[in-house]
Design a protein around this ligand. Structure first.
Ligand SMILES: [Zn+2]
Length: 207
């Protein structure tokens, strides 16, 4: 791949001028969704009208980083046993982890579900089982304490969560419940936790 510098010349198609010569320069680039700009990005500028007409691959990571700096808050009000299950899973992965690991652990799973629609559909199927296990019957009065799970996530993570919400036709809180049920089944319940090696690597980079 070619690396470009400020002042380099190239050619690109401009919306106004058609095929045109361009000059690379630093500009503020609006995000695709229009919600903000990435500042000081190397782009190809049309020599005729000054519009930004192309973005070289080397600028993509900086644009993505700027986009993901905009955070989205998600909140779920859950029976406290759900967050306890997340924390117990974290403890099992590495006893040195803190509640800070809730987010990377959840998002790691949500990323996997977002990438696999068939796997996501199992989440919808297992929600009742998860609920029965964690929440039991209302008669017993067990697990009535609730805790707020609130996290700041990146727009990229938010899109993945939206994908799982769409595939499962569950609301966000139920997706989170069902994912925690899955984490419990993979990591907390078995004698040998599933995917421990990968999860320890995740813990090493996330904490
Ligand atoms: Zn132009």
């Amino acid at each position: 791949m070619k690396i470009y510098r400020e002042g380099d010349k190239s050619k690109a198609v401009c919306g106004t001028d058609g095929l045109t010569t361009t000059t690379f320069a630093l500009r503020d680039v609006p995000f695709d969704d229009g919600k903000g700009v990435a500042q000081n990005i190397l782009v190809a500028v049309c020599d005729r009208c000054g519009a930004v007409v192309a973005t070289p691959p080397q600028s993509t990571p900086a644009i993505k980083a700027a986009y993901d700096r905009a955070t989205i808050s998600i909140e779920a009000n859950l029976p406290s046993v759900y967050t306890d299950a997340l924390d117990l899973a974290a403890y099992r992965i590495d006893p040195g982890l803190t509640t800070e690991f809730r987010k990377p652990l959840l998002m790691y799973y949500i990323n996997r579900f977002a990438a696999d629609r068939a796997l996501s559909r199992q989440l919808a199927d297992s929600l009742d089982e998860t609920r029965a296990f964690f929440e039991g019957s209302p008669k017993t009065g067990r697990g009535s304490a609730r805790r707020r799970l609130s996290m700041k996530i990146t727009p990229t993570m938010s899109r993945e969560l939206e994908t799982v919400v769409e595939v499962t036709a569950l609301n966000k809180t139920d997706v989170i419940k069902s994912v925690i049920g899955c984490i419990h089944k993979d990591i907390v319940a078995p004698d040998k936790p599933k995917g421990l090696k990968t999860l320890r690597m995740l813990a090493a980079v996330a904490s």
